[in-house]
Design a protein around this ligand. Structure first.
Ligand code: FES
Length: 959
């Protein structure tokens, strides 16, 4: 049928199939910023367009329905070189981060302001009610509207965007538009899907319907007859190389316990086969025709089931050690089961025992905890349980790979380009010089794109077929086949005296890693190593065990174990204060660490090796606690007029890290181009967090150059140098420091070359804005343009290129405190977060407005984890909530009414210009702060998340 319509002011005609969706038609028109995040479920709003002035989801409208209509799409707003006021306000407010559906949000705000120039908060909330934002939160959308209104009315902003830090610096610590903001908000080419060529084959994976089964045989003969099928990959025709998918430094503290395809499937959704075909339809049809003969096995889903005597074993094959093999491992292997179990290979011992489903373990103690418990005024003991939750990035996992000139090029939405290259190299057998990873913009990662979950198979498929291959996960695959947060059972025993002093802490952590051991040691370690060091306590013991089960896999997730440890420890501390009759605030102030305190507990908490005992460095914890208590009026009871609603307050202190000292490694290359501009090649991976902007600001600050004369190329393994990647809160601290080392060297080279060209001593030369060298003796100046042009034109020493490497054993720890005021309805169990204040010490916030949005986003995520989100499995291990609607992420209507973030001003000794990390830590506070507030409101401790109305009513004894 024919559709005539107007798209972004231009008359258009299309011949469409009656079943074609409007979004498909718009993609044909080139409107690729109309994206899909949920397989046409109608939840995320990434496909928002205006049809005759009304917002609709383009996936839910048939193309035939818009005949004669006027359509506006995000691509019809301003281009990156000609932004609208709304687009610019969104960048300036710090909202343009991973940005997968930011263009859709820009369209909604534009529509709102065109129809209502002075919207109220409720009206803004209503306009954004149909769009899901995971990265930057919702709060600064109110700011963006305010900024846009001011600009439209007066030509300038009146409202302060964010606080500024370090007045002695020009650009560091000041709100400055994110350098990739314009093209992201304008919806221009940015993500993997925008780079896929027309000749791409599609890969669709056949997934296991069973939680545990051997594969007896696979018959793909009928599937291969489907027209367009290029190849079908299974365990029977792919390498037996054992590896792991965790993106960690090599040697990895995760076991190599899987192949591309295993002969035993270990969870519902596990890979069985992959069809590569010339069309998506052909690949899907062929998948249905593959016949698999399974030998179904019993399965385990919880740590309790996994640890039970005689439990079915998730892995029961041969174990190997690359180093540190125990003396009895040959005897251990004599108990191995069916050869289809495969192998588990350890790079070094993880204190695992696959015959008891233990993937890793660790324990340690300082002082004498039992003695402390025996001689204290009070002891509390409780178990805190967390469930399985998923990252839900707006952009599902996607990878496009092709062979070019005898090399394999992989377009990846990844946090770890260099780890992707290494692991693709392992599975293909290609050396690293034959693999090129191009990290595109990343439409949300939060840890899930730290793991190499589809790049391994996509790279292999392109390599063996010689055809370009695209793999794009469905939303359901994100839930059942990607990584999730490890469910954990945190048992805490804590003792204290009537003076409020904590005397002993015992933490037992049992984590569920699912079928494979990605991050199985390090995530649970973090639940101790990023929590116990908050306390000045001489007697502490931890004991952690990680169990294999047949649930969907677990992996890295923003916060990396710490949110769960913090939940257990801070709740237990509040329970102890309650039992002792001591004010919780006073107890926190009495027991928290401060600068200089030696952290003995860290000696056993390295990443699989001896940890370093270090003193607490720069620390804004005390200020965060005191200031936050003042803001929330700690101790002042708030009463509701409605007797059903009870109001309470709670808070938690939090910490994280800034990368992994002694393990992480970052490099950068700074080049002065012949016109005096600078290109910085950073190995760091900007995943929407503004790392490229941080690098550019560091260059601008050191070289006194305007930002528009600096370009940052990052995350490209051909043109940049090695970086371990964007995880463990390392971006600003490690990659930023590498940029600082490189640009300081470049500055030195500039001064040396200028000394040569001016024939003056280097010591007499300084650099000054806007990018020139000046002699303090003769006042002569030499612009970078003149300097570099001469250097590269036979009159100097050639192009100035500096290489910076950063490694350190220094530890820069961000601290903070998060506060909640909640209202609990004791008749229905409903919980409302009325106030949330997040106070954090990030050292020098290099991009304050982006930092604030990351805090808003991370807190919203953790409010979701605390109150709503839950991957429910049925008795056979099938996920019952593998879509956005059933899973339950928070939308703008779930945001706290009064929501504030504050950056505590601390200047760190080791971070670039005093910076520490910012966003991971912000995931750690909501669960204990809300849990403690619920107790303050209605007297019950909710010891497992999500804290649902049903659990509240049960705890109140009402059901
Ligand atoms: S239907 Fe709106 S993002 Fe998929």
């Amino acid at each position: 049928m024919r559709v005539d319509c107007i798209i972004n002011g231009k008359n258009r005609s299309f011949e469409v199939d009656p079943a074609m969706r409007l979004r498909e038609m718009l993609l044909i028109n080139g409107d690729f910023a109309v994206r899909d995040s949920d397989d046409c479920e109608g939840f995320c709003g990434s496909d928002t367009v205006l049809v005759d002035g009304t917002p609709v989801f383009a996936n839910l409208v048939l193309a035939g329905e818009v005949n004669g209509c006027e359509i506006r799409t995000p691509n019809g707003l301003g281009s990156s070189q000609n932004l609208t006021v709304v687009q610019q306000a969104m960048i300036d407010a710090g909202l343009v981060q991973s940005a997968y559906n930011v263009p859709a949000a820009a369209l909604l705000l534009t529509w709102l302001l065109e129809n209502n120039p002075d919207p109220t908060k409720e009206e803004i909330k209503d306009a954004l009610s149909g769009i899901f934002i995971r990265d930057a939160g919702y709060e600064n959308y109110y700011l963006a509207v305010q900024l846009a209104r001011e600009k439209i009315k007066t030509g300038k902003y009146k409202t302060t965007i964010a606080p500024s830090f370090r007045p002695e610096l020009d650009i560091i610590g000041k709100p400055t538009a994110k350098i990739d903001g314009p093209h992201l908000v304008a919806g221009e080419r940015a993500f993997v899907e925008d780079y896929v060529s027309n000749d791409a084959c599609h890969m669709v994976v056949l997934r296991s319907p069973h939680a545990s089964a051997y594969i007896n045989s696979i018959d793909d003969s009928e599937a291969r007859k489907v027209e367009g099928v290029v190849e079908i990959l299974t365990a029977f025709n792919t390498p037996e190389t054992h590896y792991m998918q965790a993106g960690q430094g090599n040697p990895e503290p995760s076991p190599h316990d899987r192949r591309l395809f295993n002969m035993k499937v270990r969870h519902v959704g596990d890979r069985v086969a992959a069809v590569i075909a010339e069309t998506l339809e052909a690949a899907k049809e062929a998948v249905k025709k593959i016949k698999v003969d399974y030998e179904v096995l019993p399965a385990v889903f919880t740590v309790e089931e996994a640890m039970a005597p005689g439990a079915p074993l998730v892995h029961n094959g041969i174990v190997e050690y690359r180093s540190g093999a125990p003396a009895d491992f040959a005897e251990y292997n004599s108990k191995a089961g069916d050869p289809r179990e495969g192998k588990v290979i350890y790079q070094f011992p993880l204190h695992a025992d696959i015959h008891r489903n233990i993937a890793a373990s660790n324990k340690g103690e300082i002082g004498n905890v039992d003695e402390a418990f025996a001689h204290s005024d009070a002891v509390v003991e409780a178990t805190y349980q967390t469930t399985q939750i998923q990252h839900t990035p707006l952009e599902t996992h996607i990878c496009f790979a092709r062979m070019e000139g005898g090399r394999l090029t992989v377009y990846a939405s990844t946090q770890v380009p260099y780890h992707v290259r290494r692991i693709v190299g392992w599975v293909t057998g290609l050396p690293e010089n034959k693999i090129h990873i191009i990290k595109t913009r990343v439409g949300g990662g939060y840890g899930s794109k730290q793991d190499i979950l589809i790049e391994d198979l996509t790279g292999y498929a392109a390599y063996v077929t010689g055809r370009p291959v695209l793999c794009h996960n469905t939303r359901e695959e994100e839930f059942i086949a990607n990584s999730t947060r490890h469910p954990m059972r945190v048992h805490v025993k804590m003792s204290g005296n009537k003076d409020g002093k904590i005397t002993g802490i015992y933490m037992e952590v049992c984590a569920n890693t699912g079928p494979y051991g990605n991050h199985c040691l390090t995530v649970p370690m973090n639940s101790c190593s990023k929590t116990l060091p908050l306390f000045k306590c001489d007697n502490m013991r931890y004991d952690l065990k990680v169990f294999y089960t047949n649930t969907p896999p677990a992996g890295a997730y923003q916060g990396y174990g710490t949110p769960k440890g913090t939940y257990g420890l801070m709740m237990a501390m509040a329970e102890l204060a309650d039992k002792l009759g001591v004010d919780y605030k006073e107890m926190v102030l009495k027991n928290h660490v401060e600068e200089g305190y030696m952290l003995e507990i860290l000696k056993g908490l390295g990443e699989g090796r001896e940890g370093a005992v270090v003193p607490v460095g720069s620390c804004g914890l005390d200020e965060a606690v005191r200031k936050g208590c003042d803001m929330i009026e700690w101790g002042k009871k708030v009463e509701s007029k409605d007797p059903d609603w009870k109001i309470g307050k709670g808070f938690a202190m939090i910490m994280q890290g800034s990368g992994l000292p002694g393990l992480d490694h970052s490099e950068a290359i700074a080049k002065l181009e012949t016109d005096g501009t600078v290109i910085l090649n950073s190995g760091g991976a900007d995943i929407g967090t503004g790392l490229d902007t941080i690098s550019a600001k560091i260059v601008a600050e050191v070289l006194k150059l305007p930002m528009d004369r600096i370009s940052v190329i990052s995350g490209d393994t051909d043109s940049c140098a090695f970086d371990t990647g964007a995880y463990a809160s390392s971006g600003t601290f490690f990659s930023g420091n590498a940029s600082l080392v490189a640009v300081n060297k470049l500055k030195d080279m500039i001064l040396a070359e200028a000394a040569y060209q001016l024939n003056e001593p280097k010591e007499d030369l300084i650099i000054q804005a806007p990018g020139e060298v000046r002699s303090t003796k003769t006042s002569k100046t030499l612009s970078y343009y003149e300097l570099s042009h001469t250097a590269c034109s036979g009159g100097g020493h050639g192009q100035m290129i500096a290489h910076g490497t950063f490694v350190t054993t220094a530890s820069s720890v961000p601290y903070g405190a998060h506060f909640a005021q909640v209202a609990v309805n004791v008749r229905t169990g409903e919980i409302k977060v009325q106030k949330f204040y997040a106070l954090q010490d990030a050292g020098t916030p290099i991009n304050p407005e982006i930092a604030q949005c990351q805090m808003y986003g991370a807190v919203m995520k953790s409010i979701g984890h605390t109150l709503y989100e839950d991957m429910k499995l049925d008795k056979d291990g099938r996920c019952l909530t593998a879509n956005m609607t059933d899973y339950g992420v928070p939308m703008i209507s779930e945001a706290p009414e009064d929501f504030k973030v504050e950056l505590i001003d601390v200047n760190d000794k080791f971070g670039p210009f005093g910076a520490k990390s910012i966003s991971e830590i912000a995931c750690n506070g909501a669960a204990p702060a809300i849990g403690i507030a619920i107790h303050d409101a209605c007297g019950v401790w909710i010891r497992n998340w999500p804290m649902t109305p049903e659990k509240v009513l049960k705890a109140l004894g009402k059901i």
